[in-house]
Design a protein around this ligand. Structure first.
Ligand code: AMP
Ligand code: MG
Length: 362
């Protein structure tokens, strides 16, 4: 009798093994996708969402509790018009006094001052009086009328900026009594950094801390990266998603838009991002998105680039060490650095087109 060829014997064993493996793969593919652990709460005037991947319930709950505490602490300490360390400091500065602040506040102000300097004071958190003059320091929706030109001119003449703020250990003061701090363009980013640091302390490596669409993401969502949506600028929430980016490692994604807080008066639209040079809402951009390494710097940068507008934004980005940036101008045309263009996936056809602009060497 002829011996059976060996391959057939092997086939008898291999075939079921292979089929079994295939079945396993199919089952895995068909199994419902595990979801990230997500919790939301209100803080810093916005909805904050914490997403965690692959963290057990107990640790996840503790992590969210800590993040909420950090955000609420930032809210209480740095609020621009509810009684806070910042409002106390503003009172002291207006009276020509200095004030001893907490280490947390001294560190935050030092960072804000560095970023204001890097951004040529276009991100200028010392213009609190101008922001209040426009009615944007209020829990109620802003409504106008816009301030009188004379009132704007009077504040411009006093030229408050972060150069005039001195920080000596915990003691803070200013040579310019017109300096009034408003950390609205920076505090969210700074607090998101503190929250991510706390998650890391807990050993959490895969997370997003998202404060109203401005976020920092670390690690991944299991086998795939975190995917972040960028809003289509529009007056109300009908904007929808314009584009998405996938984050890698540790990245902050921030957007500043003129649709976030605004009012119409006499048919004219006025929004909350002020050009410190004119005292008026910055007119040449409708939104700016930056992917950066750190929440605080990315938050400050989106505001500075917004104010700079399409003519000067690349220069300011370079000064602030930003390479991945996108600006939507007043005609809805999208400007992107090549580094940003490589990251952005459009979810809809950009209505007014896209230009990719090289940011040459400094
Ligand atoms: P953001 O959405 O990060 O651009 O922050 C906008 C908020 O920052 C406003 O609501 C103001 O409180 C404040 N702000 C407006 N204009 C400026 C500016 N040029 N520099 C710094 N803070 C600003
Ligand atoms: Mg900002």
């Amino acid at each position: 009798m002829r011996r059976r060829p060996r391959s057939t014997v092997r086939g008898k064993i291999m075939l079921p093994l292979f089929a079994g493996l295939l079945l396993c793969l199919l089952l895995v593919a068909c199994a419902p996708q595990k979801e990230a652990y997500k919790r939301q709460f209100f803080s810093l005037g916005t909805l904050v969402e914490v997403s965690l991947w692959d963290v057990d319930e107990k640790r996840a709950a503790e992590a969210v509790r800590q993040v909420e505490e950090i955000m609420n602490d930032a809210h209480r300490r740095w609020h621009a018009w509810e009684p806070s360390e910042i409002t106390r400091l503003n009172e002291a500065i207006a009276e020509g006094r200095s004030l001893a602040v907490s280490p947390a506040t001294a560190t935050a102000l030092t960072r804000a001052r560095e970023l204001a300097a890097a951004g040529g004071q276009l991100f200028n958190p010392a213009i609190g009086r101008m922001i209040a003059l426009w009615g944007f320091q209020s829990d109620d929706p802003p409504h106008g009328p816009p301030p009188a030109q004379e009132a704007i001119d009077a504040l411009l003449a006093q030229a408050p900026d972060m150069e005039a703020l001195w920080i000596d250990g915990l003691r803070v003061g200013s040579s310019n009594p017109a300096v009034q701090l408003d950390l609205g363009a920076f505090a969210k980013g700074y607090a998101v950094d503190l929250a991510i640091a706390a998650l890391r302390e807990l050993g959490i490596e895969n997370a997003i801390v998202n404060a109203g669409g401005d976020l920092r993401a670390i690690g991944s969502h299991g086998k795939r990266p975190w995917r972040i949506g960028i809003r289509q600028p529009a007056d109300r929430s009908e904007g929808g998603i314009l584009a998405s980016v996938e984050t890698h490692g540790d990245e902050a994604v921030f957007t500043s838009g003129n649709y976030e807080r605004f009012f119409y008066f006499d048919g004219q639209r006025y929004h909350h991002i002020l050009d410190p040079r004119s005292g008026f809402p910055a007119q040449q951009a409708v939104s700016v998105t930056v992917i950066g390494a750190e929440g605080a710097a990315t938050d400050a940068a989106v505001t500075a680039l917004f104010v700079a507008g399409p003519e000067r934004w690349l220069e300011v980005a370079r000064d602030m060490g930003i390479t991945q940036a996108m600006l939507i101008d007043a005609d809805m045309k999208i400007h992107m650095t090549p580094e940003m263009a490589r990251r952005v996936h459009f979810e809809i056809e950009p209505p007014a087109g896209v230009v990719i602009v090289e940011n040459g060497p400094a």
